[in-house]
Design a protein around this ligand. Structure first.
Ligand SMILES: Cc1cc2nc3c(=O)[nH]c(=O)nc-3n(C[C@H](O)[C@H](O)[C@H](O)COP(=O)(O)OP(=O)(O)OC[C@H]3O[C@@H](n4cnc5c(N)ncnc54)[C@H](O)[C@@H]3O)c2cc1C
Length: 329
């Protein structure tokens, strides 16, 4: 990278999770392409770096733990000519004025700010869970409130025990994965709370897990307040049937689900976004409303399984390769 002169590449992939890495692996089959992969964190891998079980089934045809799955993808990408920029965050994408110009990408790295100029861009920045504020849960904002992502960071990556007794809000598969993370970290579970009358994951599986680890599932129940000042002391819940409000004592609350695409980098562009989720809108070829800028994986709005995202990354890459041929490169 050079501060003065923009670095020229054929394809820039933003986000080094399963989607971005798999896209790079597919793109690198065209050996003549220069490909840059940008990742904000110190290592590539995305969410699976923090997770434990059942990775790789549909894309690598084997079952790995999250970290082993990432190692496998890393080994594959290191055999290619893809240039990986870790600790490098893409701050801005500037679309070209006309089709003959390149897309400009501003990045921040420990070495400073740099500009890349790219013919094609794939956005693969994933999604994140909503926080206490955006879920409109009132309370004094005490310590001890985590999303699944931050819980996985503390417990699985850093080996810490972030609390003693937790209540989980939400019932998707990711909530069930939180149960395992909490138990492994030595944290007991005070309950799992779901607003609707149906769980968002497999009911039988959730029931079996709750029975095995001995915690109640509260359906048709909403969190209405977090209690405690310095640290969470309880969560106040409101049940619809029978109508009642009650407290569950806990020092930790895990907010799961209510995913939002990590799409802030397109806010300053003219790329069309879903009015509700703010995810970039794409066609069947994963191209956004801005020619030559594509998007795939969880940035498209939902938290899908990692292998579904990986396969989507590969498909998006194949569409990019088709366009590159039409572009005359
Ligand atoms: C909170 C959470 C927990 C999950 N837990 C599980 C689980 O336990 N088991 C399971 O099977 N599946 C789990 N999943 C599902 C699965 O892991 C994800 O669906 C999958 O990782 C999505 O892949 P992705 O590449 O689209 O996004 P991610 O894996 O999120 O990767 C996106 C990457 O982009 C990087 N990035 C973001 N913005 C920028 C930027 N501006 N510049 C550079 N880099 C950037 C991020 O640092 C990240 O590494 C979970 C998903 C979420 C959101």
């Amino acid at each position: 990278m050079n501060v003065e002169t923009p670095t020229q590449v054929d394809v820039s992939v933003i986000g080094g999770g399963p989607t971005g890495i798999s896209a790079c692996l597919e793109l690198s089959k065209r050996r003549d392409l220069s490909i840059a992969l940008f990742e904000s964190e110190s290592e590539i891998g995305g969410i699976p770096r923090r997770c434990r079980l059942f990775f790789g089934m549909r894309d690598l045809k084997r079952i790995y733990t999250g970290p082993a799955y990432v190692k496998k993808l890393e080994r594959l990408i290191l055999k290619t000519s893809v240039t990986i920029y870790t600790n490098t965050t893409v701050l801005e994408i500037i679309a070209p004025k006309d089709s003959s110009h390149r897309i400009r990408i501003k990045v921040s790295s420990p070495h400073g700010f740099f500009i890349f100029e790219s013919l094609f861009v794939l956005l693969a920045t994933g999604c994140f869970e909503s926080s206490q504020g955006s879920r409109l849960i009132p309370g004094t904002r005490p310590a001890g409130v985590y999303t699944t992502g931050s819980l996985q960071d503390w417990a699985n990556l850093r080996g810490k025990r972030p609390g003693k007794r937790a209540v989980i809000v939400g019932s998707e598969y990711i909530a069930l994965s939180s149960v395992l993370t909490l138990i492994k970290a030595g944290i007991s579970i005070g309950g799992l709370v779901e607003e609707s009358e149906y769980l968002s994951s497999n009911e039988l599986l959730a029931r079996a897990i709750s029975k095995y680890f001995r915690f109640p599932i509260y359906k048709k129940t909403s969190p209405i307040a977090l209690k405690g000042y310095d640290r969470v002391e309880a969560i106040q819940l409101a049940a619809k049937e029978p109508r009642r409000s009650f407290d569950v004592a806990c020092d930790t609350v895990i907010l799961t689900g209510k995913f939002r695409p990590d799409s802030a980098i397109i806010d300053s562009t003219t790329i069309q976004q879903d009015p509700v989720t703010l995810a970039p809108l794409v066609g069947r070829d994963f191209m956004t409303s801005q020619p030559r800028i594509f998007a795939a994986g969880n940035i498209l709005g939902k938290a899908k399984m990692h292998d579904v995202c990986a396969l989507e990354g590969r498909r998006a890459a194949r569409h990019i390769i088709t366009r590159i041929k039409a572009f005359g490169t």
